[in-house]
Every structure is written in structure tokens, then in C-alpha cells.
Ligand binder design. Structure first.
Ligand code: SF4
Ligand code: SF4
Length: 211
């Protein structure tokens, strides 16, 4: 089962814009989402003065075809918001970040950390990946995961080895930090790259929850 933990409000405070559209994934049977905690987290954000332009529940946010259609259904609310906050696994959040541009190119933020997977993962209908690091930084990286997609798992920018936009380990693979830079630039959010993410122990991924 895949486990997520709701991010502390203090971590989101200061990062989020003044208005949000919220999407909760109700998951699939392979994923546990603490829905009541997620709803409580949204209430705390309202208490900080953040306007919620809409709040939706959805199944299988990781499915690109479902998510694309849903975002179009939610378009009226999304167009009023400055960002989308997603409570889903890392793959679901990345799927929203990929598809949101068809409605409005606004930043997508992670409301939770994907912590652990034990047992059967289910089948993912996408090439997007999450390695369940337990410290989700998608809100800082334009919804593109460097932990799963950078060959070195770097969380503070590129290694400098990219050539013509390709990763130094493979000319077939885009440098993920270049993709992050380009998407942040398009969104006018390059200042996100000023934030230094703490050094992390990659070995501790998937050890956040005991059950
Ligand atoms: S940063 Fe990447 S690996 Fe970590 S939880 Fe988010 S999507 Fe998953
Ligand atoms: S070239 Fe880019 S993707 Fe490849 S290891 Fe360096 S920073 Fe990571």
C-alpha cells in the first residue's frame, strides 16, 4: 500500500499563493489517503487568509486521461485561482502539473508527502514516477520531480554536466533540472530556485511510516 502524509501547514505557509483550487485524490485501493486530515489542512489554510476557489474529490488523479477531462470540468474555478493544491501521491500531483497548462498555466503544489510503498503498487498508466522520498518538493520544482528523474537525485539544481539539454548520463534523457528551470521561468517563478533544500538522506526514503 502507498502511504501519504499531509504536509504541516507551516511548510505550505509562505509558499502558496493567495488563492487556490484544491484537488483531493480519493485514490485507488493500493493507496491510503488521510482525507479527513487533508480537509482539516485546507481549513487551516483558509485561516491563514488563502481563498479557496473550489475543492474537488477525484479518483485516480494519476490517470492522465481522467485528469485532463476533470481539469476542464473544473475550469471555471481554476481560472479564478493562482495555484492548484493537490492531495495525491507524487505521480498524481505531477499528472495535474502536466495537464493544468491546458486550462491555465498556474503552479501546482503538493499538499502531502508520498512516504512509502509496501506490497503491490498497482499499474500506473503513465511514465511519471515518484520514488516516495517522503519530502515532496514538487511545489518548488514546477511539478516536475527531480528526485525520481535526475540521475543523481539532486534537489538543488543541475550538476552542470548537461549537454544540449540532455543528461550527462544519456543523450536520450532530458536534463530534468533544465525542464524545471524552463517551466518555472514560463510561470514567472524562477525565485523558487533561490530556496536551498536541506541535504537529504536518500537512504531514508520509504522509512517514514511504520505499519
Ligand atoms: S519529490 Fe518526487 S519522489 Fe519525492 S514525494 Fe514528491 S514526487 Fe515523490
Ligand atoms: S545532467 Fe541534469 S538530470 Fe542529469 S544528473 Fe545532471 S542535473 Fe541530473
Amino acid at each position: 500500500m502507498l502511504v501519504t502524509q499531509i504536509k504541516p501547514t507551516e511548510e505550505l505557509d509562505g509558499l502558496l499563493p493567495k488563492s487556490l483550487y484544491v484537488i483531493h485524490c480519493l485514490g485507488c485501493k493500493e493507496v491510503h489517503f488521510p482525507l479527513e486530515e487533508a480537509k482539516a489542512s485546507v481549513e487551516e489554510l483558509k485561516g491563514l487568509g488563502i481563498k479557496i476557489e473550489g475543492e474537488e474529490m477525484a479518483d485516480y488523479v494519476c490517470r492522465p486521461d481522467f485528469t485532463e477531462k476533470r481539469l476542464k470540468l473544473y475550469a471555471d474555478g481554476i481560472k479564478k485561482a493562482d495555484g492548484v493544491l493537490v492531495y495525491a501521491c507524487g505521480v498524481g500531483i505531477q499528472t495535474v502539473a502536466e495537464k493544468i497548462t491546458e486550462v491555465k498555466d498556474i503552479p501546482v503544489f503538493a499538499g502531502c508527502d508520498t512516504v512509502r510503498l509496501s506490497g503491490y503498487a498497482g499499474l500506473m498508466p503513465t511514465e511519471l514516477d515518484c520514488v516516495r522520498c517522503g519530502e515532496c518538493i514538487l511545489g518548488l520544482t514546477a511539478g516536475i520531480c527531480p528526485v525520481a528523474n535526475c540521475a543523481k537525485g539532486l534537489v538543488n539544481g543541475a550538476c552542470g554536466g548537461a549537454m544540449d539539454g540532455k543528461c550527462e548520463i544519456s543523450s536520450e534523457k532530458d536534463c530534468v533540472w533544465l525542464l524545471i528551470h524552463n517551466r518555472l521561468k514560463k510561470q514567472g517563478r524562477l525565485k523558487m530556485l533561490d530556496k536551498i533544500n536541506p541535504v537529504r538522506d536518500h537512504i531514508s526514503a520509504e522509512k517514514g511510516v511504520k505499519f
